[in-house]
Design a protein around this ligand. Structure first.
Ligand SMILES: Nc1ncnc2c1ncn2[C@@H]1O[C@H](COP(=O)(O)OP(=O)(O)O)[C@@H](O)[C@H]1O
Ligand SMILES: [Mg+2]
Length: 264
């Protein structure tokens, strides 16, 4: 590996230092968050309602701005860099209706690359590629607001994928989905070869997709561990109003305890 490549590899995807944020009414939502996520890592952001997960994710593309420092691929987020940073970190809101606003699916998915200044043919190529990636290419002329929730989520994901952002943040992506749509979404998330930070209460999703878990409570990181250690820690999770997973992975009920322990 060349020295340049090694340096590039060492730059974390995200680095948050002493991040604090209060809403105008005085609610302290983030109370000094330090978090470093390497390029290519897939990380769960866990925590009870009101812990500050959404507030934290909204800081990444500079939708909300607090104090402290955010570095995205080494670059500090400032008024001057915010536009460039939005081409590196894409945020998926929990409710796709907050993300989709165009009369057609294609226009919604084309909006990002258009905003980034790509020429029209490149905008169209990116939008169509992103729609194909989420399996929604047949819906490009449809109105986003008439789609099912699962379809809207796919389009919202395409609207971020079309920008080619190497880092994706998702706020409760599987919330309110039916079983089939949830399973499709998990397959889609698994196929994304990017740095992922996903806020969720869906511990089965976390177990299957995200090797590292960060637990946020009252605006502070209280645990940051391997998912396999954290999501079965009943004492820790229950202390913060969360339910641990019952089984150690899908294989656990069929596997002898000694074997599955040895495999880990
Ligand atoms: N717009 C807002 N104005 C005032 N307080 C807010 C606002 N949005 C969220 N909060 C408060 O900030 C804290 C963190 O909220 P949030 O980031 O939504 O948590 P989570 O996503 O983990 O449920 C909570 O106390 C919540 O009530
Ligand atoms: Mg939230």
């Amino acid at each position: 590996m060349t020295a340049d490549a090694e340096r590039a590899e060492a730059v974390p995807a995200l680095e948050l230092s002493a991040l604090r944020f209060s809403y105008p009414d005085g609610t302290e939502a983030l109370r000094g968050v330090d978090l470093r996520i390497e390029q290519g890592e897939k990380v769960a952001l866990l925590g009870p309602n009101g812990a500050g997960k959404s507030t934290l994710l909204l800081q990444l593309p500079g939708v909300l701005r607090g104090s402290g420092t955010i570095r995205v691929l080494g670059e500090v987020l400032t008024d001057r860099t915010v536009k460039a940073i939005r081409s590196r970190v894409g945020l998926l809101f929990s409710n796709p209706d907050d993300q989709l606003f165009s009369p057609t699916v294609l226009e919604d998915v084309a909006y990002g690359p258009l905003y980034m200044g790509f020429p029209p043919d490149e905008v169209l190529a990116r939008a169509r590629r992103a729609l194909a990636e989420v399996g929604m290419e047949a819906f490009e002329a449809r109105t986003p607001h008439h789609l099912s929730l699962g379809q809207k989520k796919r389009v919202a994901i395409a609207s971020v994928l079309s920008m080619g952002t190497p880092i994706l943040a998702f706020d409760e992506p599987s919330a309110s989905l039916d079983t089939a749509s949830r399973r499709e979404l998990i397959q889609l998330l698994a196929s994304l070869d990017r740095t992922l930070l996903i806020s969720t209460h869906d511990l089965a999703l976390v177990r299957d997709l995200l090797p590292r878990s960060v637990l946020l409570v009252e605006g502070q990181v209280v645990a940051d561990r391997r998912t396999a250690d954290l999501i079965y820690d009943a004492d820790l999770l229950e202390a913060h109003g969360l339910e641990p997973l019952e089984f150690r992975g899908a294989e656990a009920p069929q596997t002898a305890v000694g074997e599955s322990t040895a495999a880990r």
